[in-house]
Write a protein that binds this ligand. Sequence first.
Ligand code: HEM
Length: 392
Amino acid sequence: MRRLDQSPTEDAFVQNPYQFYTRARRNGPLFYWNDYGRVAAAGHAAVTALLRDRRLGRETPAGMARRTPDRLRPFQDIEDNSMLELEPPRHTRLRNLVLRAFTPRRIAALEPGIAALCHRLVDAFPGCGVDLVRDYARPIPVIVIARLLGVPDERADDLLDWSNAMVRMYQAGRTRGDEDAAVAATESFTAFLNGHIDERRARPKDDLISHLIAAEAEGDGLSRGELVSTCVLLLNAGHEATVHSLGNAAKLIIERGVDRGWLASGSAAAAVEECLRLDPPLHAFNRWAYEDVEIAGHTIPKNTEVMCLLGSANRDADAYSNPDEFDPDRGGPTTTTFGGGIHFCVGAALARLELRVALSVLFDRRPDLSLAEAPRYAPIYHFRGLESLRLR
Ligand code: HEM
């Protein structure tokens, strides 16, 4: 297997990882990424197969967990109860509870509110130009997920601050300051959620937290820790990736001069899907091998981790013809943007709805937006998103 060097924090790579991915795939679907010290899957078929293979999973195998320092305990406690970090049977139980409360009907019912929010934000754009990340992409997903959970809109800024601090724990080269900020955010977030859960327990409403509490009360065994972790996961997973997708998609549409007709109602979903394929917000997820796993002529040894490179799989020429071109009519296999297998994104339908509505409203109201300066991606490889998107 070919070994490749590529620092995940090198600026040229952060700004455009796709050239490296093309080089990596030239030698087959797998390579050894020296900087991470592990095998990485870069081809679409290999990434999809690994995500679906039940001999691999996200949960750290017994005996392989690194000891968590006491000062990081509050953060780790949330992780330990998060469905994203678990495998069956606990994963199945938690995921089913969420899916029961996260119905297509409840998601569809959010559309008019999302459209109204988007119009309100466009109305408030400053006349001199706009930072689309700050003024549009960032507020929408957090308000939407807060409403779904039943958290008042006024708390959206707090949720953003807590979530931003917490996701810094996943970035390459995090500092002691990042860790302390993440723990402080976890403690504030947990205290807020505990109070909010108590309030909803006393006075339930038609929101997701009330439904999860009801499931807890029906004896489905959702502990308080699991309930808090699930809310944190939904709030964090529910906004961060969507903010980045919206910024990345708007940049792509403007930079490539995409015909705005694609955002008209009948074809908007396909255009959104193509933006999500070309520049997804999440690029790498790991899987532990619970036994030796053969793939593409190589063995992933038991108790080692393999990286699944979603952003690379989506540009694989063996899966998509002219993979770097924007072509919403292309067909081809499902992208890996929302993962695959048992951890497939719970919020995919909600994210697609938000993107479709937000992009349609934006380019309908402001069809002639143009770049005011070259946008730059933030140096956090796993979360691919723009620092800002200044537009005229
Ligand atoms: C464009 C936006 C989004 C993208 C690209 C995205 C992507 C993903 C991916 C790739 C995974 C799987 C990770 C893995 O297999 O290791 C995932 C899981 C998850 N996502 Fe999303 N997501 C988005 C939006 C959302 C939203 C809006 C929500 C909630 C409201 C959400 C909630 C979750 C949850 C709860 C999981 C864990 C599922 C499980 O472990 O079974 N995501 N997401």
